[in-house]
Ligand binder design. Structure first.
Ligand code: SF4
Length: 214
């Protein structure tokens, strides 16, 4: 998305609403600047342990590689391709009690709420509770006007997410349309809406003026 084409009033309203709801909110220009903002926050927080939920937006910031090699920090990486599923899930459990957790966001409504749809729940559970601090990263393409638009966005992107997993067999793989399936491979098992940040300031939302992720 061309950042100059974005509705600036919608962006201003969204940031003001998020701040009113207790989310520390930062607006930057690029994913790289979002990565620099993450570095600054991590320097302030000084976490002893860090976990993350997989996110194309977070990966686009380039910060994960720096966090993984940060001296004196236990970095819980439950997404290493050479690991078995039980190994990955055990590390993702550890991430639920890390000092700091990072991931992306599926939708942000302009009234100041955040939305996710998740398969396992490892991405959304630590956002709601567990880690002392949470950093969320999103491009401006995640911003929508209303909660109804946010839910519609989640239903639209869920099949696209399924298509990123070629080994899975869900009815949306073929035509990209959700059938609200009962497949064992269903990716849309846990939904989270966060309407306020409690305690205030625990969660930082970093929005950058580019599109990223689905
Ligand atoms: S509920 Fe099933 S069909 Fe719908 S998007 Fe999720 S995996 Fe695909």
């Amino acid at each position: 998305m061309d950042s100059t084409a974005f509705d600036e009033q919608l962006l201003d309203k969204t940031i003001a609403s998020l701040q009113l709801h207790g989310f520390q909110t930062l607006l930057v220009s690029t994913p790289e600047e979002a990565g620099q903002a993450i570095d600054t926050l991590v320097d302030q927080i000084q976490p002893a342990s860090i976990g993350y939920g997989d996110s194309m937006s977070l990966r686009s910031t380039g910060s994960l590689a720096r966090l993984a090699t940060r001296p004196g920090v236990a970095f819980y990486d439950g997404f290493q391709p050479n690991m078995s599923r039980p190994q990955k899930w055990e590390i993702r459990r550890q991430a639920m009690t890390a000092d700091l957790f990072l991931t992306g966001i599926n939708a942000i409504s302009a009234d100041g709420s955040l939305y996710w749809v998740d398969m396992v729940g490892n991405r959304i559970a630590p956002i709601a509770f567990g880690p002392r601090y949470v950093i969320l990263v999103a491009g401006i393409n995640k911003i929508v006007k209303s909660p109804a638009d946010a839910r519609a966005r989640l239903r639209r992107i869920a099949p696209l997410n399924a298509q990123r997993h070629p080994g899975f067999q869900t009815p949306c793989m073929a035509d990209g349309k959700c059938k609200d399936c009962d497949s064992p491979d269903r990716l849309c098992n846990a939904w989270l809406t966060l309407t306020r940040c409690y305690p205030q300031g625990r969660i930082t939302v970093i929005i950058f003026r580019q599109s990223a992720g689905l």
